[in-house]
Write a protein that binds this ligand. Structure first.
Ligand code: TXA
Ligand code: MG
Length: 309
């Protein structure tokens, strides 16, 4: 951890596990290091980055005018799979926010991520900028091996990949815009609309395709895509991969990629299954979407983007 913190301080990149997906980290105050994140990912530079902080106590470093409902969300769900978009402070420069007046903040719950953030504070760091550690538009990595596969060839000798085992949530954090009067969900995740309403006592405008912000790359119609073609809710044919809840049998000749018993398992294993389809060279993956609200909505959101051409 000490070595990784020093690598960040020296301007190198450190990929690290979080409970959602693996992130590709850089010192959030170092413009050159952050520029390398964009080139390694192949990501447009006007897409802002999430700044990861060690605890909610540091929100004030990076943001200003924090509304009461945002503090309540931070209290209830950090460390955890939630990103808050807040009015930025001077520390959050244009190279982090994509020149927007807001900044995304998150305290991740993975013990290795927290340990890295704490070590980074010891060497004077204040935040780690980290997008998901995949090439732009590709499936987010939920293991260190997947990071190596996505980005290994683009990383330098001084960059590091930390291995913290498989990510247990498996889909990216819920992003909540807290820069307006009411919280607004920009990206669905494991922190659900119901949880946000319960904590804040506010009715929130749900995530909608009507939110046009092109700056949330996860809101692009096509994202999280494997090489295989993803078809939703059709009957799988011989040679196809199949992702479906465990009570659905596997038709003859179909390659079962996962059979989750719960939505939690569905979310946790989804990206691993999509990756495995590509490893096996499958041309088609059929996914049967889970029903219901909460986490199931986040899973359907990712499946629909993976299926979009
Ligand atoms: O679970 C996660 O959130 C993972 C882990 C590594 O923390 N990170 C992640 O980062 O998914 P990324 O960059 O792949 O997706 C973050 C999304 C992007 O679509 C970005 O445009 C959006 O968050 N975002 C960041 N700051 C924002 C802001 N100030 N306003 C609106 N959207 C923002
Ligand atoms: Mg991403």
């Amino acid at each position: 951890m000490a070595r990784a913190a020093l690598a960040l301080q020296a301007g190198n990149l450190v990929a690290f596990p979080t409970e959602t997906v693996y992130g590709l980290g850089a010192d959030a105050e170092n413009a050159d290091a952050v520029a390398r994140i964009y080139s390694v990912k192949g990501r447009p530079t006007d897409h802002p980055l999430i700044v990861h902080i060690e605890s909610a106590d540091r929100m004030g470093d990076w943001s200003s005018d924090i509304p009461t409902f945002a503090s309540a969300l931070a209290r209830d769900y950090w460390p955890g799979p939630m990103t808050l978009v807040l009015s930025r402070s001077k520390l959050a420069e244009d190279f982090i926010t994509g020149s927007q007046e807001s900044v995304g903040l998150r305290v991740p719950a993975h013990p290795l991520a927290l340990a890295l953030l704490q070590e980074f504070v010891k060497v004077g760091g204040r935040g780690i900028a980290a997008p998901s550690a995949n090439r732009f538009g590709a499936v987010s990595p939920t293991s260190a091996e997947a990071v190596q596969e996505e980005l290994g060839q683009f990383l330098g000798k001084e960059d590091l990949i930390l291995d913290g085992g498989p990510s247990l949530v498996g889909v990216e954090s819920t992003i909540i815009d807290c820069s307006g009067e009411l919280p607004k969900i920009l990206r669905l995740g494991a922190i659900t609309k119901e949880m946000i309403e319960e904590t804040t006592g506010l009715m929130i405008s749900g995530h909608s395709a009507a939110n046009p912000s092109p700056r949330v790359s996860g809101s692009l119609d096509s994202h999280y895509s494997p090489k295989a073609k993803v078809l939703l809710d059709v009957i799988a044919e011989a040679g196809d991969g199949l992702i479906a809840p465990d009570q659905i049998p596997t038709p003859h000749g179909v390659i079962r990629l996962m059979a989750p018993a719960t939505n939690e398992q569905y979310a946790r294993d989804l990206y691993r299954a999509l990756r495995s389809a590509d490893h096996q060279g499958l041309e088609v993956v059929v996914a049967l979407q889970p029903g219901g609200d909460g986490l199931a909505e986040a899973i359907r959101d990712r499946l629909q983007r993976a299926a979009h051409e």
